[in-house]
Ligand binder design. Structure first.
Ligand code: NI
Length: 169
């Protein structure tokens, strides 16, 4: 099932999501649906709040279907280590059409659980590091626009308000 992606302005995107405690069939179905929804939206990462579900769950595939091993399911992820810095363009499916330069760590290590509840550690650099912090931020109610200047953020918000008024958001 493909869920529509919730856009900026919906409060679910700006509150911390709840820890996942039940690892059942429904969770695994939700994970499948999240991959399907992410691919349908042409994204490389999707957090559950972005489909209106306030749970600490995210999926990532920076290969966009090219490499099955790149599919990453993160349940209750925590960033445990960051190293270095990278600056680059970043977007979000909940803020369509916008992109901004964002400084992120170059290497990131995460502790998380998989869809069966098994704990694991994973690390990534460059685009994967960016995706790991971006998606974990979502689960803490944080969007990438909190990492850009107030001036750029206000400009973006003004543009979004205009789009909302025009019924285009
Ligand atoms: Ni996002």
């Amino acid at each position: 099932m493909i869920y529509p992606v919730v856009k900026y302005g919906n409060p679910v995107l700006e509150k911390p999501a709840e820890t996942v405690t039940v690892f059942d069939h429904a969770l695994r179905k939700l994970v499948e649906d999240m991959f399907e929804s992410m691919y349908a939206a042409h994204g490389v990462g999707l957090a559950a709040p972005q489909i209106g579900i306030a749970k600490r769950l995210a999926v990532i595939d920076i290969s966009f279907k090219e490499d099955p091993k790149a599919k990453l399911v993160l349940v209750n992820p925590e960033i445990v280590r960051t190293e270095g810095k990278q600056r680059g363009s970043e977007g979000c499916l909940s803020l369509p059409e916008f992109r901004e330069e964002v400084t992120r760590p170059l290497r990131v290590t995460v502790h998380a659980q998989d869809a069966t509840g098994k704990r694991f550690e994973t690390s990534g650099e460059e685009l994967l590091a960016r995706a790991l912090v971006h998606e974990t931020d979502h689960l803490n109610g944080k969007l990438y626009i909190s990492h850009i200047s107030a001036l750029k953020r206000d400009l973006m918000k003004r543009k979004i308000r205009k789009l909302m008024k025009a019924g285009e958001w």
